[in-house]
Write a protein that binds this ligand. Sequence first.
Ligand code: KG4
Ligand code: ZN
Length: 366
Amino acid sequence: MGVDQFAVTGQAQAVILGIETSCDETAAAIVVRDQSGHGTIRSNVVRSQLDEHAAFGGVVPELAARAHVEWLDHIIAQALDEAGLRLDEVDAIAATAGPGLIGGVLVGLTTGKALAAALGKPLLAINHLEGHALTARLTNGVEFPYLMLLVSGGHSQFVLVRGVGDYQRWGGTIDDALGEAFDKVAKLLSLGHPGGPAVERIARSGDALRFKFPKPLLREERLDFSFSGLKTAVRLQAEALAPLSDRDVADIAASFQETVAKIIETRARQALEQFERLFPGQPKRLVVAGGVAANRRIGDALDTVCRLAGAQLIVPPIALCTDNGAMIAWAGAERLALGADDSLAVAARPRWPLDTPDMVVTPDAA
Ligand code: KG4
Ligand code: ZN
């Protein structure tokens, strides 16, 4: 299949190699998008760097970049191998170009450029957040418009997804991301890293109502989040009780998680109301993305809100909610189908909000 034919018709099948290196996962995947727009994951290889960063209690950017350099070639080779494809059978290369830790983004994007140049195939420079935003179309065939709640270690935001490249951010965090708040609370309770799963595990045996923690910003109408004050309240409570018994730790973890669930519940209800005002009578869909989507208590809160609002809740498999190459390949496939073909001169960006004008797909004339 010729790439030009694809770009013109937007209909032919396309095999996309996706590369993701913006944080602490080195990932590559092969995704095929067929003529009808249906996507299939042929391989999805993720190497987490948890071990490299564990001793530091968080991601160390320099170490992350080095690990990407060391592993990316192997991960790409494995993704091709598992898909049963040779590199020259790939129709386009999609690589994360931001936002993220710039050293890592540079590794993935530069590799993507080199492969695209060597193969004479298009490069798609993908916004990592767009990867999260479009995943539900790959996994569940969700149609536009829909609402996305992205809650990860680096982001907490509602995004209205109106089309490929057409996004509107409805709110975000003014300080810590939600996953970051889980990680910091875990750290101060000495639960290890990453904190989210540890807090959730220990919270199961705790009393969620023992402590009443603040819900910053929640009285305000805007759909923003603030988790830093909550984290400080948790720290002060822990200091007041020190030395902490196992019961104290479990109760603090459970009370923190309960507070977060209530915050998410309120904001999701408001966001769905806003969606209803904008698209009266249309199906309401809420898609969740990011590592925090794994949290059962938060999942239950979203379930309740969606049921009451008559909305459909879509949670892709957790391996596709966290960082992976398939979401980048799929975003590349969606953009390629619209005629996108990025220049090899495209820059890596540490910051890149989703609702910037350059997200709109403009077919490359070159
Ligand atoms: O999306 P992700 O894998 O990586 C990025 O941040 O891009 O998200 C990781 C974050 C971490 O902060 C981790 O603590 C959090 O997601 N997380 C959770 C849970 N599992 C992972 N937070 C709460 N509950 C969980 N079960
Ligand atoms: Zn992410």
